[in-house]
Design a protein around this ligand. Structure first.
Ligand code: ADP
Ligand code: GLC
Length: 470
């Protein structure tokens, strides 16, 4: 099958979070399974652009409302990622350093979607599946079906995967004129709660809708930032498919970011060497358990609760553990984490920034990974942690609920709690410190979790069944 993935992120080209990891891996494993999967994304000024070789595939111009813009489609020459990769450059709009966070993000991603459909309308053939990811690509299923100029694409089956329903891409009706002419009877499909809502529009217009875990799919019907009744109404075409992890990138035996490799047989020694590097670099104590948090410092991840939870743990259990934070996000949370550095030297440290290499070292060297997320559609961190023998400590929600078994249950290897609260987190830290001193139990938990199979093969076959079901 020819599958076109359309996304704002794709690792290693551009990644802000798990969406990048997924779109960098799923097509690769689909190609390995015999499909012809491709990725199309906007061109940003990232390092990958200078390290790969490119050829111009297509050049044309299009309109965002009455604004003319030129675009160029570049193809990566050598398929270094394991699948054909296309970048659409729209000078002045896409080619910036960051992926998101600009005042004109609406225009940037809308122009990208229009350029993509314009380009595809020129193809000599039509692909089997258009697979869109998150709200930045949410108007594609609508435009393919109802914009007159894309009539040629209207029979292509579209599937929309929700990686995060918190962000919906809302825009005012004053931006309606940006869309190419369409059947105006269909305007209602763009609307949710009085604005144009690309995520809601995709849920209505895509042939199938998936999200990245079963539990999250169920949660969306009760808590989805205003879309609850839409998920209830459309439940017949919605389903959850758990993400995989790329075992070629995330393998403690071969990880190119690590100096000290290990596998399930050598996990104890291997983790110790990595922990030593971390403790030396961040002034922490190797004899004590190391708790890390890696991620976006935002409300969804409950990062705002962590400073007080860690302070409380340090107060009631002083000098019993080390804590290390790696993340970027909301300024007030970053500030709190930074303030704590002077107060707890030798027990706590933080790196405010996005550091891919350091994240690998932390998965490898830490004893425990904290993930108190309020919302977690799938979560990849806990799966990476498991593969590297690091005990996941997670709130019982979304994909965390589906992938972690509490150490108190049969074959359990993790620590689960119900609330993103200081009490639940500190209580769980207490449980973790206890298990850290029981090396037999800790070793057996590490061995169990490292052998769990989260490879992409199963996920690829689940997506294939969905593609074939409509
Ligand atoms: P989300 O996509 O919601 O941020 P996921 O758990 O799906 O959460 O994926 C997060 C990905 O981003 C993981 O690969 C994680 O290691 C990475 N990551 C997040 N923050 C950082 C950071 N500050 N430095 C390095 N990697 C990070
Ligand atoms: C989103 C979610 C995260 C998920 C990732 C990849 O960013 O927040 O839970 O793992 O997408 O699907």
């Amino acid at each position: 099958m020819e599958i076109i993935h359309i996304s704002a992120e794709c690792y290693p080209v551009a990644k802000a979070g798990g969406l990048g990891d997924v779109v960098g891996a799923l097509p690769k494993y689909q190609c390995k399974a015999g499909h012809d999967a491709k990725v199309v994304m906007p061109l940003y000024k990232t390092k990958f652009l200078t390290t790969a070789a490119w050829e111009v595939d297509y050049k044309a111009d299009a309109y965002l409302g009455n604004q003319y813009f030129a675009y160029t489609v570049l193809k990566e020459k050598n398929n270094t990622l394991g699948f054909p990769l296309y970048l659409i450059e729209i000078p002045g709009l896409t080619n910036r350093e960051k992926i998101y966070g600009y005042a004109d993000d609406t225009e940037r991603f809308l122009a990208f979607q229009i350029a993509l459909l314009d380009w595809m309308s020129q193809w000599q053939h039509i692909p089997d599946i258009i697979h869109c990811h998150d709200h930045h690509t949410g108007l594609i299923p609508f435009m393919m079906q109802y914009c007159y100029r894309y009539a040629k694409l209207s029979s292509i089956r579209s599937i929309f995967t929700i990686h995060n329903a918190q962000y919906q891409g809302w825009m005012g009706w004053n931006k309606l004129h940006y869309l190419p002419h369409f059947d105006e009877w269909k305007t209602g499909l763009l609307e949710w709660q009085h604005s144009i809502n690309p995520l809601a529009c995709a849920i209505k217009c895509a042939w199938k809708v998936t999200t990245v875990s079963n539990t999250y799919m169920g949660e969306l019907r009760y808590q989805s930032n205003g879309l609850e009744s839409l998920f209830e109404y459309e439940k017949g075409k919605c389903l959850g498919i758990l993400n995989g992890i790329d075992n070629e990138v995330w393998n403690p035996l071969t990880d190119t970011y690590l100096e000290n490799h290990f596998d399930v047989k050598t996990v104890g020694k291997g983790k110790k060497k990595n922990k030593e590097l971390i403790c030396n670099q961040f002034n922490l104590d190797i004899t004590k358990p190391l708790f890390v948090f890696i991620g976006r410092l935002v409300g969804e991840k409950a990062a705002d609760v962590l400073p007080d939870a860690i302070k409380t743990a340090l107060y009631y259990m002083p000098n019993q553990a080390n804590y290390l934070i790696l993340g970027t996000g909301e300024a007030h949370v970053e500030w709190q984490f930074e303030q704590m550095m002077a107060a707890y030297p030798g027990q706590y440290n933080a790196v405010i920034g996005y550091k891919e290499a350091l994240s690998h070292l932390l998965y490898a060297g830490a004893d425990f990974l904290l993930m108190p997320s309020r919302v977690e559609p799938c979560g990849l961190n806990q799966m990476y942690a498991m593969r590297y023998g690091t005990v996941p400590m997670v709130r019982n929600t979304g994909g965390l609920a589906d992938t972690v078994v509490d150490m108190g249950d049969s074959n359990g290897f993790g620590i689960k709690f119900n609330h993103a609260s200081i009490n639940d987190i500190t209580y769980s830290i207490g449980r973790a410190i206890e298990v850290f001193h029981n090396s037999d139990q800790l070793n057996s938990m590490r061995k169990t979790m490292m052998q769990i199979d989260h490879s992409w093969e199963q996920t690829v076959s689940d997506y294939t069944s969905v593609y074939q079901s409509f």
